[in-house]
Design a binder for this molecule. Sequence first.
Ligand code: ADP
Ligand code: MG
Length: 325
Amino acid sequence: MVTEFELIKRFFSRPVSTGLLGGGDDCALFGVTPGLQVATSTDLLLEGRHFFSDVDPRSLGHKALAVNLSDLAAIGARPLGCLLGLGLPAIDEAWVERFAEGFYALADQHGCALIGGDTTRSLQGITLSVTVFGEVEPGLALRRNAAQIGDDIWVSGTLGAADIACRMLAGDIPQDASLLQATRRALEWPTPRIELGQELRAHAHAAIDVSDGLLQDLGHILAASGLGAELYESRLPIHPALMNLSKHTLPPEVLRQALLAGGDVYELCFTAAPAQRAQLEIIGKALGLTLSCIGSVRAESGLFVYDEARNLIQDLPKGFDHFRI
Ligand code: ADP
Ligand code: MG
């Protein structure tokens, strides 16, 4: 039976490159570019709440880091390093190896070195806690409170797929094998939009990553900025797997809920002056990422969503809240 220390040594002690000193000491030490601010964020993932027990450990390693990198993306920071807290009920080496593979692959892709962590036995279920550190120029961070009246509201990528996959796996909606196959990747392998976040520093006012649903997360920008907004359902970027399905496979109210309130999206929702449209199109093209203008910020508080016929939608779906009863 492998011990805690062997486990760390074997799977989580890859050498860390220049400028950073990590792994194996009491603290990790790292430098930041003089004059820049450190951006940091942490996310907790619990078995049974944030991921299914039988999830592929490689995708879990990827996602545990991806959801944190997504927070750095949303504030426009460049990743520096991360910490990993692991609570495991038992040591399954094959599982940990696959988890580490997924984690390191994404960390390497973004130059986000794993510089430390903690490993302990849990009484029940797997608990993961990842903390990321990044750096950003003071004054260029994309704050939630910086939306301006008349700004366009944008969202990157597509919406809806992760929610549909999650609801099928949870048994909330009937499973359709081909629909699950086409949507599951969005749920299990989200792409943190780090490069987009970097580009947006110069062009957007406010940004947030969509983790709990578009309406709820955009609502945070609006509340922090003291403003309201209108959105057009016809402009929402629907994931291709959700298009042209029969009402039987995907009832319209389930699709609406997935688009407006579905979580686990990890795309960026941001606001920018209309004068930025041409620049934003260039950025989207360069990154190979669809950027959709879905509405605009207005002075009147409240979030108004109009359907295809331009009628106001009265009963908006709610986003995810862990403590909602
Ligand atoms: P401490 O007693 O100071 O908490 P530990 O014995 O828990 O130290 O950890 C030893 C070293 O291994 C530390 O440098 C710590 O950062 C690192 N470490 C522990 N768990 C992990 C992990 N899951 N991923 C990366 N590094 C880890
Ligand atoms: Mg420790």
